[in-house]
Ligand binder design. Structure first.
Ligand code: SF4
Length: 371
């Protein structure tokens, strides 16, 4: 059985032969706040005094502020891939991490790392199930509105959707697996995620969902200015996971990963995307009418994808540009070449490709589709 590490090594060697250059030694292990938080424990909790009255009217925010004030609890912020620039164009991810820690969070976990992991799962599912010209796959990676639309209205297409959880759910489950008792708070531009987090079969993963707007209110109430914070270490998501935040990101990520898995594969990923509910419905109608040639379908309920989410603090186009820039800065293109992702998957207990695909129950959801 091939291990994921063997596969990683094989791909690095192949990429090197084609002229790519990788770091000899990847930076010291940097998924720190997830894997080694004890090294980065904040010295004081709530260094800034939070104006609780200002938060009291918002139930979710007041509840999270209460958790943060509890010395016994370790509260992790799981920040959505759309976070770039949301707290100021020049505010670096490390400054957002510092701001969250100043507000009392034990750490900030980039959900993009779990988007990387789900990309690998989607790519392996594609490899397994799309073997003839008539086969196709609908992504289950990201948008709960898209998933609900397929499950609720177009049930006959469910078998074409891999049974995978969203990166948010994967991140919450991973944090809780590694740190039992941890409190998980997803932070993003999306209101639908509040509902997704409460769906009974996945309600174990994320305790609270806050929007960027709500986190900004928390920062304001605690007089925390992210742009004035020191930068707290870098992060190591791949381009693949970082670009999930905009339409076309999931498609590009899965397409590149499948290509790396099997450069000679006869049937490659031919993606098509729709954004906005109307366009998603139209795309599904076209699939049903046999009008589309593609074999990979990505649906995002918001215009432009999550950067166009209802609680994004930036205009859609600006968010897209910053997400693309962040993607361009990534050291690794795909999860398969990213040593941090491979290490995290191992930390979660999966060493072989088969185990990752068949036994990764924290990443799996039963839609009644692919076995
Ligand atoms: S596209 Fe919109 S509804 Fe879908 S996950 Fe992103 S922000 Fe939420």
């Amino acid at each position: 059985m091939k291990t994921l590490r063997d596969l990683h090594q094989e791909i690095i060697e192949r990429e090197q032969k084609s002229g790519r250059v990788f770091l000899e030694e990847p930076f010291p292990y940097q998924m720190d706040c997830l894997l080694h938080p004890e090294k980065y424990e904040k010295k004081e909790r709530m260094t800034a005094v939070c104006d609780m009255e200002a938060l009291a009217e918002n139930e979710d925010l007041a509840a999270v502020a209460g958790e943060l004030a509890d010395e016994e609890k370790k509260v992790y912020a799981l920040i959505a891939p759309a976070f770039m620039g949301q707290f100021g164009e020049k505010v670096a991810p490390g400054q957002i991490r510092s701001a969250l820690k100043a507000a009392g969070f034990a750490g900030m976990v980039e959900v993009a790392v779990f988007a990387d992991i789900l990309t690998l799962k989607e790519a392996l599912e594609f490899d397994k199930h799309v073997v003839s010209k008539s086969d196709f796959q609908l992504t289950s990676c990201c948008c709960p509105v898209w998933i609900a639309m397929i499950r609720g209205i177009y049930g006959e297409l469910v078998p074409h959707m891999p049974g995978a959880v969203s990166p948010m759910i994967a991140a919450g489950r991973a944090v809780k697996k590694i740190y039992p008792g941890a409190v998980t708070v997803f932070v993003g531009p999306c209101l639908a995620k509040k509902k997704e987090a409460k769906e009974p079969d996945i309600a174990d993963a994320v305790d609270y969902v806050l929007t960027f707007q709500e986190i900004k209110e928390l920062f304001d109430a605690a007089s925390i200015a992210p742009r004035e914070m020191e930068e707290d270490e870098k992060v190591h998501s791949s381009r693949a996971g970082r670009i999930y935040a905009r339409t076309g990101g999931v498609s590009e990520a899965v397409q590149k990963t499948v290509m790396q898995l099997h450069p000679d594969r006869e049937i490659m990923v031919h993606p098509v995307q729709a954004d906005g509910v109307k366009a998603c419905r139209q795309m599904i109608e076209d699939i049903r009418a046999g009008k589309i040639e593609a074999n990979f379908f990505e649906g995002m309920a918001c215009q432009g994808g999550c950067v166009g989410g209802p609680k994004a603090l930036l205009a859609n186009e600006e968010g897209r540009e910053l997400v693309n820039r962040y993607g361009d800065e990534a050291l690794y293109q795909t999860p398969l070449e990213n040593p941090y992702v491979i290490e995290l998957i191992e930390k979660l207990g999966f060493y072989t490709v088969e185990d990752f695909l068949e036994k990764s129950d924290i990443l799996t959801r039963d839609f009644g589709g692919h076995a």
